[in-house]
Design a protein around this ligand. Structure first.
Ligand code: PLP
Length: 393
């Protein structure tokens, strides 16, 4: 199924770039760019900070976007916290476990994680003496869940796992993993950075306590994202400052009760405008349509790649990511040649060094598709990939 949406993306429509790095950051559709433009042209204000129209308009957009996010992932507005993105969302949760865990506890992550869902837990374990357990990744790019129950039973305080791996593209069985974690009363965080724009996300169905994601991986701007939190009342803010208090005296402060207490400082209202428009944009398509479109592109690429040069290391059913290694060539050299042909891909360790190590690698090449890619993009990329041998030898 070809969705034919490329013309909706000015950066792609007017140029010949073949953009295959959406897992890093997506291009923005005209409706998102125009929403920001319109917002700024019709008067910018600081939400919650003024009685005049510009500020009130900003405030309405701020509340409205929170509702759109809640609707998109099936939760209540009161469970959504605006953050800078996945990284800040996860750090907010890790900050809250600082006083909840001791050396007697463990934290469970996996070898598939992006550093954003690993380093905060490594630091927490360093600070508290808690054990950091890792669910292993096998050479089929799947988590070895045979150890899961045993590790959840290790006085585990929290399990933090990617919904979809950023190198392997594996869609993890998060609902089943969360269900098991709940049996052991283990809190659960799902890193949804690579899933939010590609798979239907229903936090109620998953049953997790926290779900983190970023706007720029769902056709919105950078620097904005959110954290879903089942019980926000149990959390304390990572940042303190303006806009989050009922009352402050010389020596004390009293925070507001709702989720705005996590959002100290002037809001990234431009990011919020764009994220709201990106949610409207995404809502136009059925998730099954998106999935089928991206899956078809990935299988097309899988079938066109010269297997004498490349080995596919991503999961066989990955729907938006394909990662490759090539024995003779470094991924940076291949990405450079592709860039000369105006094909944008990502090379290196993808901020997931333990994942690469578990796969027996140091680096790889990743191509990732989005709603705007076409079969022609894939043909051009495959042709360029297959010509690398001739150019580099
Ligand atoms: N988690 C995963 C799986 C990712 O792929 C990324 C970014 O690539 C992140 C977390 C970090 O996202 P951000 O940089 O938007 O905070």
């Amino acid at each position: 199924m070809d969705l034919q949406t490329r013309h909706l993306f000015p950066a792609l429509n007017n140029q010949s770039t073949v953009y295959l790095d959406s897992a890093s950051s997506c291009q923005l559709p005209a409706c998102v760019i125009e929403s920001i433009n319109d917002y700024l042209r019709t008067g910018h204000g600081n939400p919650h900070r003024g009685m005049y129209a510009f500020s009130e308009k900003a405030e309405a957009i701020y509340h409205n976007c929170r509702s759109k996010i809640a609707q998109f992932i099936n939760c209540d507005d009161t469970q959504i916290i605006f953050t800078q993105g996945t990284t800040e969302s996860i750090n907010l949760v890790a900050h809250n476990f600082r006083d909840k865990i001791t050396a007697a506890h463990s934290i469970l992550v996996t070898q598939m994680e992006h550093h954003a869902n690993l380093l905060p837990w490594q630091r927490l374990c360093e600070q508290t003496g808690a054990r950091l357990n890792l669910l292993r990744l096998n050479r089929n790019a799947e988590l070895d869940t045979s150890e899961l129950e045993h590790l959840l039973n290790d006085n585990c305080a929290l399990m933090a796992v990617a919904h979809c791996g950023n190198v392997t593209g594996t869609v993890n069985p998060v609902s089943q993993m969360v269900a098991l974690a709940r049996q052991y009363k283990v809190a659960t965080l799902i890193d949804g950075a690579q899933a939010i724009a590609h798979h239907g996300v229903d936090v109620e169905a998953i049953g997790c306590d926290f779900y983190a994601f970023s706007g720029h991986k769902m056709y919105g701007p950078s620097g904005i994202g959110a954290l879903y939190c089942r019980y926000p009342g149990n959390l304390s803010p990572l940042k303190l400052g303006g806009g989050i208090v009922n009352r402050v005296t010389d020596h004390q402060y009293h925070l507001v009760d709702d989720v705005t207490r996590f959002e100290a400082g002037s809001a990234n209202i431009i990011g919020i405008v764009g994220l709201g428009a990106a949610l409207d944009f995404l809502a136009q398509w059925q998730i099954d349509e998106l999935h089928a479109h991206e899956m078809a592109l990935v299988s097309q690429l899988q079938s066109l790649i010269d297997s004498d040069i490349y080995q596919i290391i991503s999961h066989r059913d990955a729907s938006s990511i394909i990662s490759l290694t090539s024995k003779p060539f470094h991924s940076h050299d291949i990405a450079t040649i592709l860039a000369e042909a105006q094909i944008a891909v990502r090379a290196g360790h993808h901020c997931a060094q333990p994942c690469l190590t578990a796969l027996g690698l140091k680096q790889c090449l990743r191509l990732s598709v989005g709603i705007y890619n076409t079969p022609d993009d894939i043909e051009q990329a495959a042709c360029a990939l297959n010509s690398v041998f001739r150019i580099l030898s």
